[in-house]
Ligand binder design. Structure first.
Ligand SMILES: [Fe+2]
Length: 220
């Protein structure tokens, strides 16, 4: 079975106290990775069928235009609690557009819809447990008169033999993270597991890249 390197786990920031659990040979001892915290699905889980649910959310099949907003790449990794990659996991992705509006009939936000933003994708992890998608930086949006949700992306991750996980990924350095009622219900150690790591842009990557690891719990 493939095993993610210690360096990679550290890069994802999910080793926590586990760094000392690696043996001198670099293999991992039996300590378990903490599971990615679950989060509410929220009210805007997609309900309207759409044909195009591929990894590029910045274009919609059959349309010439492209989505408005700042384009980003998200590189994800799905692991089990032993740090082993989970291949062929289904990763469902949904998010607001750059203005903070969901393509959902009950989103009350008056911000404009973007007909060229796909808003919803379903991808599979590869043999290394990895997935990636191109999208726009989601806008913040009002959840109540006194609460503005920070930019975030919703995930639902499933694979036979594992507990299905619904969660949300946040972005580093966002001031609204500090006041978000959902994120701040989590313990500080859990919050860290829900905030992506930023990489780039580099000379070879014109877009900002965010890396995020998701740890699933095996079904007992
Ligand atoms: Fe949301």
């Amino acid at each position: 079975m493939k095993s993610l390197s210690r360096r990679k786990l550290i890069k994802f920031g999910i080793t926590g106290g586990l760094v000392g659990a690696f043996t001198t040979k670099g293999s991992m001892a039996k300590a378990l990775l903490p599971p990615t915290p679950a989060e509410t699905e929220g009210p805007f889980y997609p309900v309207t069928p759409q044909d195009d649910k591929d990894f590029d959310l910045t274009r919609v099949q059959g349309r010439d235009g492209v989505a408005k907003g700042k384009y980003i790449i998200v590189m994800g990794s799905v692991l089990d609690s032993h740090g082993q990659p989970v291949s062929q996991a289904t990763v469902e992705i949904w998010q607001a557009n750059a203005k903070g509006r969901y393509r959902h009939p009950r989103d009350p936000n008056p911000a404009p819809l973007d007909p060229n933003f796909q808003g919803w994708a379903i991808v599979l992890t590869d043999e290394n447990g990895e997935f990636r998608f191109k999208t726009v930086m989601p806008g913040s949006y009002p959840a109540s008169p006194t609460w503005v949700r920070p930019p975030h992306i919703h995930f639902k991750v499933s694979k036979k033999g594992y507990a299905e996980l619904t969660t949300q990924m946040y972005f580093p350095g966002e001031a609204l993270n500090e006041t978000d009622l959902l994120l701040n219900q989590k313990k500080p150690s859990e919050r860290l597991l829900m905030i992506a790591k930023k990489r780039g842009p580099s000379e070879t990557e014109a877009l900002d890249v965010y890396e995020h690891a998701i740890v699933l719990k095996q079904k007992s």
